[in-house]
Design a protein around this ligand. Structure first.
Ligand code: GLC
Length: 441
């Protein structure tokens, strides 16, 4: 399904971008944002002709119910926020419904695209991964929220705010940010390099991570590749830079990790939930996962009270890197009550909801004050390192064809991990597929 949609989307994007390029409209921006150096992908872009929602739309919207669509609510944060919204505004006639899509980022994207292509009003607010802003705004599927976001910009942490900015406009309200950590059980060594992670893992049951062919694997690979000094695109964003000695060193470490028994072969089929389940068996010493995993493992499950979080380590002889993850509340242009949708998105970003997100669900808040809150520091001891990781995290390439670029990475990296391709052949294939994707717009 994904591949079929991909071709249609690519064609539509090529048309949309050509149309935008020739319109000569204002508001272009060099994308990539802070910390994007490792990803390359800087390019000028503009999106014209979008519908704009005024900030005042949230004041007295028509009464009714909006639907909030999001990926699988693994933590319970989505249900909690919806319940709090209904408790606060229900008596005034304002309600929100929750619809959950699958856990896979790629499948969430496909579900949203299907609805938008059908001009369906079934998702008023969508929890959009930080990597989709360029594509969805270029397709004219999102309201331009510049009036609201500009007025509130100083409230947000810079890195997540940058992920809603494309073509000189703001296309969503930051909802949660994200960065990965290495989780380990009490008693395990705290490794300071990726090489040490793999050798320590070998003596402690192994490391589990997300190695299935989907967006999560792109993140897992780029964390090592960027730390090793690699890039995805050339500095001008026009060519692939994936086939480099630095990226090869990163991929070789991951491949030999599986061959040498530091990671189970099964990681090649794991997304986030499967890696959590594996870690929860207690068999593995280490887990690479996003920040939500701390609350999941430390407050429930077999390892309750025995989990620690360490920032991602350096690549021996090179540097260290995190990948900026997270989600934004975007508003569909097909919503029948965009004012109420904005009210919900605004509520999600409020200090009370952001504090609950980090306190109860160890999600990375998008406003800075909560990271200093004593309750938060007690519940999430690594909150200061989390804030630092967000500041220093690198963005994935910013492009309307990012999903195709990522697919080229994760398909070939997965082939190498599973032993179907050598690391060299995998990077060579990814290189030519990335260049083909770039040539389509
Ligand atoms: C997390 C991140 C998101 C990333 C996804 C990959 O949800 O927040 O940015 O794309 O994982 O699986």
């Amino acid at each position: 399904m994904r591949r079929g949609l991909g071709i249609a989307v690519l064609t539509a994007i090529a048309l949309a971008v050509t149309a935008c390029g020739s319109s000569g409209s204002s508001g272009s921006k060099t994308t990539g944002g802070s910390g994007s150096g490792g990803g390359g992908g800087s390019s000028s872009a503009s999106v014209s002709g979008a519908k704009t929602l005024q900030a005042s739309a949230l004041d007295n919207p028509p009464k009714g119910t909006i639907t909030y669509c999001t990926g699988k609510d693994t933590t319970g944060d989505a249900a909690y926020t919806v319940a709090q919204f209904n408790a606060k505004y229900g008596a005034q006639g304002y309600h929100a419904n929750l619809v959950q899509f699958p856990a896979s980022a790629d499948q969430q994207r496909a579900q949203f695209i299907q609805r938008q292509q059908a001009k369906s009003s079934s998702c008023d607010v969508f929890s959009s991964d930080v990597i989709w802003t360029a594509e969805f705004s270029s397709q004219h599927w999102l309201y331009d929220l510049t009036p609201y976001v500009s007025a509130n910009a100083s409230k947000f942490i810079a890195a997540p705010l940058d992920t809603v900015h494309y073509g000189g406009k703001y296309w969503g309200i930051p909802q949660t940010s994200d960065a990965a950590f290495i989780y380990y059980k009490t008693g395990e060594a705290v490794p300071s390099t990726w090489q040490q992670v793999y050798s320590a893992a070998k003596n402690s049951g192994g490391i589990v991570y997300q190695g299935a062919p989907y967006e999560g694997l792109t993140c897992n690979f780029l964390e090592l590749a960027f730390a090793a000094g690699g890039q995805v695109l050339s500095a001008d964003g026009k060519k692939s830079a994936i086939n480099s000695p630095q990226n090869l060193a990163a991929l070789q470490l991951m491949v030999s990790g599986i061959k040498g028994g530091s990671a189970p072969q099964a990681v090649t089929t794991y997304m986030e939930p499967e890696s959590d389940q594996a870690f929860d068996t207690g068999k593995y010493g280490y887990l690479r996962n996003w920040t939500y995993a701390y609350a999941v493992h430390n407050t429930t499950g077999a390892l309750k009270g025995k989990i620690h979080a360490a920032p991602l380590p350096t690549f021996a002889g090179a540097g260290k890197a995190s990948i900026l993850g997270g989600h934004n509340s975007v508003i569909s242009v097909y919503s029948q009550d965009p004012g109420l949708a904005l009210k919900f998105a605004d509520f999600f970003a409020s200090p009370a909801m952001q504090k609950a997100a980090i306190l109860k669900f160890s999600l990375a808040a998008i406003i800075p004050s909560v990271y200093k809150d004593p309750d938060v520091l007690k519940a999430v001891p690594y909150a200061p390192q989390l804030l630092q990781a967000l500041d220093q995290a690198k963005a994935r390439p910013v492009s309307p064809v990012y999903p195709q670029i990522s697919q080229a990475i994760y398909t070939n990296v997965n082939n190498a991990l599973a032993g179907r391709e050598s690391p060299q052949a995998a990077l060579k294939a990814a290189d030519s597929q990335i260049n083909s994707a770039l040539s389509t717009f």
